[in-house]
Design a protein around this ligand. Structure first.
Ligand code: ZN
Length: 422
């Protein structure tokens, strides 16, 4: 049977072909402090000659958009109606937005309000937001105990009578300025482009054919920022600020798996953020979609099996080795890019940094942000089976106010075997 939904185009038009992407696309002066001078990132597919960036919006969800068009449920030329979608609060601009090397992995001007690039939009340019800012009430059940024990209070402003937190939240898509990304990692931009092209199976040919296009929207997850307290306090060095940067761990964050400390530490970070907001400052939780140290959940579960089944059981002294056997590396989160979101928020000092990671600490400090105090996870919040991870990380350089485990401690730290039910 011939489908009535056959593709509109009879032949494939590569984006690297002259005629796609304009010969002179709108300039992007990355790092220019003025929004209009900086110029918009145009990554929509409606009018290809307007495009001035490689890739497209929505990260990996672009593939679902392709399915929606292929199956006929979405019009190829659908144009978003952005009525009433502008941010509920303004973030920035901050001085860091005008420093080309401070922010290279997101578009600081990505949240569009009604007058952003209004002239160009009126001329037909389909300029889409890569950042959306809204408000929400969130309910964290564990915080009820903090209320009962008096560590936080119902104030009717940040926490309501039902114990819900009133937050501002921002969803941020990745937007990469390729020369800045290459510089951050100390590699040649041409090598970076070629490797990105090859390792995505040749998905974006213009990475190698159009060196004049410097902005790339990669098909990866972005991040979400949750803000508690007064927005103005975030960039005000006279008021306290708490920050937790949390990398996604669906198994613990959502499903309560006890093999790691992710959800308990996240909740502790939210509690510290709330306390700091209630003390007249602000609290910021940054949630990055980097599942399983950005190795993905399939790799993560393979590593769990390798850890639990190895001779001698799941031990802290072989914690990183098992990940390296499966993945080839211990970690692919590349915290070098992580501070960008903090510079987008205008952060210059963090009073309470709720993280023990030396990689995160080093990245934040090296980016020019002062960290006053590091807050480790309280011992009573560490699940028994997560001691393997905790001790392995402390021995590898994680911050701890207590004793750094030695070789003997590591070999003694053994997790639950498969089949054990306690
Ligand atoms: Zn976890």
């Amino acid at each position: 049977m011939t489908s009535a939904r056959s593709p509109q185009h009879k032949h494939i038009v590569l984006t690297s072909h002259p005629g796609n992407f304009g010969h002179k696309p709108l300039a992007i002066q990355w790092g220019h402090p003025d929004r209009d001078e900086r110029g918009p990132v145009v990554a929509t597919l409606g009018n290809k000659s307007h495009r001035n960036a490689i890739g497209t919006h929505s990260g990996g969800y672009a593939v679902y958009r392709a399915l929606a068009i292929a199956s006929g449920s979405l019009e190829r030329d659908h144009r978003a109606d952005l009525t009433n979608t502008s941010p509920t609060v303004a973030i920035g601009p901050h001085p860091s937005w005008g420093m080309p090397d401070k922010i290279v992995s997101l578009d600081p001007f990505g949240a569009l309000d009604h007058d952003s690039f209004a002239d160009l939009r009126a001329q037909g340019y389909d300029i889409r937001p890569s950042i959306a800012i809204t408000k929400a009430h969130i309910n964290i059940p564990e915080l009820q105990e903090a209320v009962t024990q008096g560590r936080v209070k119902v104030d009717g402003k940040i926490m309501n009578q039902r114990g819900e937190l009133l937050v501002t939240k921002a969803a941020v898509e990745p937007v990469w300025y390729l020369p800045g990304i290459a510089q951050r990692f100390g590699v040649l931009e041409s090598d970076l482009r070629r490797t990105l092209f090859e390792q995505t199976g040749g998905m974006f040919p213009e990475l190698v054919t159009r060196p004049d296009l410097q902005v790339f929207l990669p098909p990866i997850g972005g991040l979400t920022v949750y803000i508690l307290g007064d927005m103005e306090a975030i960039a005000d060095p006279n008021r306290p600020l708490a920050v937790r940067i949390h990398d996604e761990c669906n198994g613990s964050d959502v499903f309560g798996s006890d093999i790691c400390t992710c959800r308990p530490y996240l909740v502790h970070g939210i509690e510290v953020a709330l306390q700091t907001a209630q003390a007249g400052g602000a609290g910021v939780i940054i949630y990055a979609r980097k599942e399983g140290r950005a190795l993905g959940e399939v790799t993560k579960f393979l590593v769990y099996n390798a850890r639990k089944r190895q001779e001698g059981g799941d031990r802290a002294d072989t914690y990183f080795t098992r990940t390296e056997c499966v993945a080839g590396v211990q970690d692919m989160r590349f915290q070098e890019l992580m501070p960008d979101v903090m510079h987008w928020l205008g952060i210059s000092r963090i009073d309470h940094f709720v993280s023990m990671s030396n990689l995160k600490y080093d990245a934040v400090v090296q980016s020019g942000i002062e960290i006053v105090e590091r807050i480790s996870i309280p011992d009573e919040l560490i699940p028994a089976d997560a001691q393997v991870e905790m001790n392995a990380k402390k021995a590898a350089g994680y911050f701890t106010p207590g004793k750094v485990p030695d070789e003997a401690d590591l070999s003694r730290t053994i997790g639950r075997q498969y089949g054990e039910i306690e």
